[in-house]
Design a protein around this ligand. Structure first.
Ligand code: ARG
Length: 461
């Protein structure tokens, strides 16, 4: 049999494979609540403007609310033959209320319908992402507070570079996640426009009120160009790119946790709640959550590239290609939410081994820069010369197999005769971090100042 929506022009129904490739109900059923809200707002506006009768509107709204309940209690039966969520809902509405259902689609197309549904969904998801980011930032601020003065090695090239504090390292992630949060908020601002009323692409001759539907659906205002309204998926791409960038931050952190939790590093111990064992090796405690966060980032990045590639060659306005926008965003959103929540739990729960961190912080001649700085500050050497003298000192310590501060004064003076006892005061890791008081530096005083500033900023956000 031919289609009940466009059967007028069609003599036969679709081939089975046509139905299979065309249907989106398998995934766009996720938009049911947005679709029903959009339809109720549209019907109210149509009645307000006298385009449909108040009586029909009442029946439509009542029917749509019944459908909402049916979907939520699981009694609704979705049909692939009806292609997508929009037609599944409308067909059921016709069953429930009869011919009045046919008036709902006045001055509307599935093109603006899907655009408004999807925008609403992405906007709501972005708001959830913002909340999850705030919780994660809160966890990092707490851990930073606890460990503002806990010394750990700072790395470049994953080689010991200079001592830093664990609190400072945590605050680096606060900066990253706060940027992600600000990106989410920006994106929400931009997507906060209702495309409903753009109709197929050209607008409509019916005297609709787009301000009214925009307001009813919680959008700031209606979109300004009907062609753009049904063509645009920037909001989805922005969500995916934000998810990808945030994923990168989470993944780098996950990688660090994987490294830190090895017995070789032993900087952190994951709680039982956030690790797994091995079915063969009884001694193992594996950082699976961190690994999966790292892996899901790849998946989210893939969705961004996927949708960018779907969109790149599409002429204006709507093309069916755009139906492929949803699974990418749904899966990315679900993944990101898991990643943010699991990371928050894992980091809140993990035990910091301050002893191991401190020990490692002192290895690898990590205070060599402090020695060079001392030579500049106290002896007045040009930094390049100080660097050279320090290099020789490190080589000497290495040949003696001792740490810098374990060299004798005589040994140090064999490299530069003007070195005095005072130099030992800068060679410990504690002294090293405490001296880094430049704005944004790792000194505990600086770290605490940044924690306070962020707490204030977030309370306002
Ligand atoms: N299921 C479609 C989608 O997700 C709805 C829009 C269909 N519009 C159309 N002109 N075929 O994009």
């Amino acid at each position: 049999t031919s289609n009940q929506m466009w059967g007028g022009r069609f003599a036969s129904g679709p081939a089975a494979v046509m139905e299979a490739i065309n249907a989106s109900i398998g995934f766009d059923r996720k938009l049911y609540s947005q679709d029903i809200r959009g339809s109720i707002a549209h019907s109210e506006m149509l009645a307000e403007k006298g385009i449909i009768s108040a009586e029909d509107q009442k029946a439509i709204a009542h029917g749509l609310n019944t459908i909402l309940r049916e979907i939520e209690d699981g009694s609704f039966s979705f049909s692939t033959r009806l292609e997508d969520i929009h037609m599944n809902v409308e067909a059921r509405l016709a069953e429930l209320i009869g011919p009045a259902a046919g008036r709902l689609h006045t001055a509307r197309s599935r093109n603006d319908q899907v655009a408004v549904d999807f925008r609403l969904w992405v906007k709501e998801e972005a708001q959830r992402t913002a909340q999850a980011l705030k919780r994660l930032i809160g966890v990092f601020l707490d851990r930073a507070d606890e460990h503002a003065a806990t010394v750990m090695p700072g790395f470049t090239h994953l080689q010991s570079a200079q001592p830093v504090t664990f609190g400072h390292h945590c605050m680096a992630y606060v900066e990253m996640f706060a940027r992600d949060l600000s990106r989410v908020k920006d994106a929400i601002e931009r997507m906060d426009e209702s495309p409903l009323g753009a109709a197929a692409l050209a607008g409509t001759g019916f005297p609709i009120d787009r301000q009214m539907t925009a307001k009813a659906l919680g959008f700031r205002e209606p979109t300004r160009n009907s062609i753009d309204s049904v063509s645009d998926r920037d909001f989805a791409l922005e969500f995916l790119s934000i998810a990808s960038i945030c994923g990168i931050h989470l993944s780098r952190l996950a990688e660090e946790i994987v490294i830190w939790s090895t017995p070789q590093f032993g900087f952190v111990r994951l709680s039982d709640q956030f690790s797994t064992g091995s079915s063969i090796m009884p001694q193992k405690k594996n950082p699976d959550a961190a690994e999966l966060i790292r892996a899901k980032t790849g998946r989210v990045n893939g969705h961004l590239i996927g949708l960018l590639t779907v969109m790149k060659g599409l002429p204006l306005a709507y093309s069916k290609d755009m139906q492929e926008d949803k699974e990418a965003v749904f899966d990315a959103a679900e993944s990101l939410d898991l990643m943010l929540t699991a990371m928050a739990g894992m980091v809140a729960d993990m035990t910091i081994n301050a002893e191991a961190m401190k020990k490692a912080a002192g290895s690898g001649y990590s205070t060599a820069t402090d020695l060079a700085d001392w030579l500049v500050r106290v002896l007045g050497l040009p930094f390049r010369e100080a660097h050279h003298v320090t290099g020789k000192t490190v080589a000497l310590a290495e040949s003696r197999k001792v740490a810098l501060e374990k060299l004798s004064l005589a040994e140090l003076q064999s490299i530069h005769p003007d070195i005095t006892d005072d130099v030992f005061s800068v060679l410990t890791v504690q002294k090293s971090v405490r001296s880094r008081t430049s704005y944004g530096g790792t000194a505990p005083t600086q770290v605490r100042q940044q924690i306070r500033a962020w707490r204030k900023r977030l309370a306002r956000a």
